[in-house]
Design a protein around this ligand. Structure first.
Ligand code: OOG
Ligand code: MG
Length: 261
């Protein structure tokens, strides 16, 4: 990606980064729909550079709109990606302060951690060979836009609504066939959503294959040690202070967090 950013790219990056940091919402930044996808990704990249400059570390990639459930919920149908940084990772089982969010939603995902770099056009088996482990995971998305409403370029610029993520126990992907594992999203012990890992492009490995291609094309190939979040397998649920939110995944176990108000 181009490093010589134009003032408007830096301006939008600063705006979105500041709103994320201060848990503030803002009006849609591109009401006239002029932003291109390249510009949107340039804004995202510039906003992440600001996080890195503050001392955060890059820890991986998140995929978005990899399930039909998510595409339908948000009214968008292109697979997108965002950058994960260290401050977004929350330890499993702990309490997260509601004050860091604007209007958070949570969705059940599958996480990969890589043992090798993975770049470009790879096959499913090549992608699997780069995976160290898989885990049930939760993503907390928190669009910076008012009412969680955005166009495709706007959500890309906003780092695909990423805000926080929680990863459960790691398993060996060679021991578990993870192409169609049943899962539930639970809020205070009640099942809120039911789904399967097959919702992710038919097999979650396809999401990893897409992550390898898209991040290499952006000049930031997937690295050993990075986490790749495969995308929400069900619609996201609004979450509120006081709740305990968890994902339960067949064969892989569970992961959860408390939302402190
Ligand atoms: C955009 C992010 C989509 C997913 O898993 O599909 C996403 C949004 O829904 O606000 O994280
Ligand atoms: Mg997600």
């Amino acid at each position: 990606m181009n490093d010589t950013t134009t003032p408007s790219i830096e301006h939008f990056a600063e705006l979105l980064d500041t709103c994320a940091r201060e848990a503030r919402e803002l009006p849609q930044i591109d009401p006239e729909n002029r932003l291109g996808l390249d510009e949107a990704y340039a804004i995202q990249a510039a906003s992440i550079r600001r996080r890195i400059a503050r001392g955060e570390r890059r820890v991986g990639v998140k995929m978005g709109f990899t399930s039909r459930a998510k595409m339908l919920q948000m009214g968008l149908s292109d697979v997108i990606w965002g950058r994960l940084s260290s401050s977004m990772q929350v330890e499993e089982g702990t309490a997260i302060d509601f004050s860091r969010f604007v209007h958070p939603r949570c969705e059940p995902e599958l996480a990969f951690v890589l043992k090798k770099p993975l770049a470009g056009d790879v096959t499913g088996p090549e992608a699997l060979a780069a995976v160290e482990a898989i885990a049930p995971a939760l993503e907390i998305i928190d669009s910076r836009y008012q009412d969680f409403k955005f166009t495709l370029p706007e959500v890309i610029a906003d780092n695909a609504s990423s805000s926080a993520f929680v990863v459960g126990p790691w398993s060996d992907p060679r021991r578990v066939d993870f192409g169609n594992l049943g899962l539930t999203l639970n809020i205070d012990g009640r099942v809120a959503q039911v789904g399967s890992t097959a919702a992710l492009l038919g097999h979650p490995l396809r999401s990893l294959v897409a992550a390898a291609r898209l991040s290499a094309a952006a000049g930031e190939p997937l690295q050993a040690g990075w986490i790749v979040m495969a995308g929400g397998a069900t619609p996201a649920e609004w979450i509120r202070p006081g709740q305990y939110v968890s994902v339960e995944m067949e064969k892989l176990g569970q992961a959860g967090f408390h939302l402190k108000g």
